[in-house]
Design a protein around this ligand. Sequence first.
Ligand SMILES: Cc1ncc(COP(=O)(O)O)c(C=O)c1O
Length: 391
Amino acid sequence: MKYDFTTIIDRSNTGAFKYDFMPEPLKGSGIVPMTVADMEFSAPPQVNEAVIRAAKHGCYGYTGPQGEYLEAVKRWQKTRHGWDIDEDWYVVTNGIVQALGIAVRAFTEPGDRVLIMTPVYHPFYGAVKDNGRELIESPLIERCGRYEINFEDLEAKAADPSVRLMLLCSPHNPIGRVWTRGELARIADICLKNGVIVVSDEIHNDLIVGDKEHTVFANIAEAKDNCVVCTAISKTFNLAGLSCSNIFVPNGELRKKFSEQAHRDGCGCVPYIARFATIAAYNEGAEWLDELLSVVRANFALLYGFIEERLPEFTVTRAEGTYLAWIDMRALGMGHEELNAFMAEKALIADNDGFMFGPAGDGFRRWNLALPQSELVSALNRLEIAVKEIK
Ligand SMILES: Cc1ncc(COP(=O)(O)O)c(C=O)c1O
C-alpha cells in the first residue's frame, strides 16, 4: 500500500460528532466508533498539501466554482462515471442534506407528498417532514439479507397525484445496494409518467465495493430532464467537514427553480478550502481512492467471514456500495432500545441503531467499515464474547 490505512488517528478534542456523541460508557474509552459516515483515515496527502497551500495563502475570501474547479469536477465524472456534464447544470450547495431540503421547497408545496424507499438515510425523513411536506414510503423488500425495489408498490404510490417528488438514495445507505441501470431506468420511467421529479443523492457514487457499476441517474435518457443529481467529495475522500457539494440539474426549468431556492437559502459560495481540496482530490486522488476501496472490501470480507463462522445467527447484507455494513441481529430477539444498551454496555461497540433508518431497521445495526482493520477485529471479538455471555 502506498497510503496509510492502518494508523489509528486520535480524533479526540477535534469536535468530531462520532466521538462526542458516543454512548456514555464508551466516551473517552479509546474504542473507535463505527457510527457517523466519515472515515478513520486521513484524506489523500495531495489534498492535505493543497489545503495547507491554500491556508498559507491566507485570504479566505468568498469563492466560486469557476475555472479549474469545474474542470476537475467534470473530468472526474467523465472518467469515473462516464457522465458528460454541461457547466450550466451546476449549482453549489453546502452539503447534500441542504440540497434535499432545497429541492423539497423548490419543487413541492406544503401538504404535497414526497416518495422515499425505506429503510433509508435518516435525514431523508427530516428533509420532507421538517419542510411541512408529507412522506410516502415505499418499503424495500428484504429477502435473505438482500434488498429489492417493490416496483408495484412504487408505481402505485407514484401515481398518487399529490406525490410530486422522489428522494432516491443511489447507492442506497444503509442497505448498500448499487441500483442497476435497469432498476434506475424503471424508476425514471415511473416518475416521468407520473410527473414526479427525482432527486438522486449520489454521495456514495465512488464507493463501489461489489461488482456492479454505479449509474448516474441523469445518464438515463428518461431521467435527464426530470432530475437533480447530488454529488460531493465528502464521502469519497473523507472531506465531509468542508461542507461542499456539487449539484447538477440538466433541465433549465427545474434548474431555475432549484437555484432560486438555493439562493433564497443563502447558497452561492464554494467554501474557500473546499475549492482547493476538490481540485486536488479529483485531479490527484484516484489512486488513494482505489487503495481505500481495497481496504474497505477487505473489511467487508473479514466481517462476512467472521459472522458466518463465529456468529452464524446474524446475517450481513452483501454490500455493493458504501462503506456501511448492515447487520441483521434480530436473532437476539431484542427491541432496538435493548439492543442499543447491549451493544454499548456489553459488546462495547459504538454503532448505529438500524431503527433510525426506519422501523424496518429494528433489530439491525449499521457499522461503518472505513476504519483500520485491527479495530474491526477487536469489535467483532467483543461482540462474540458479549453474545456468548447472554446465551
Ligand atoms: C445518502 C447520504 N446523503 C447525504 C449525506 C450527508 O451529506 P452532506 O454532509 O453533504 O450533507 C450522507 C452522509 O452520511 C449520506 O449517507
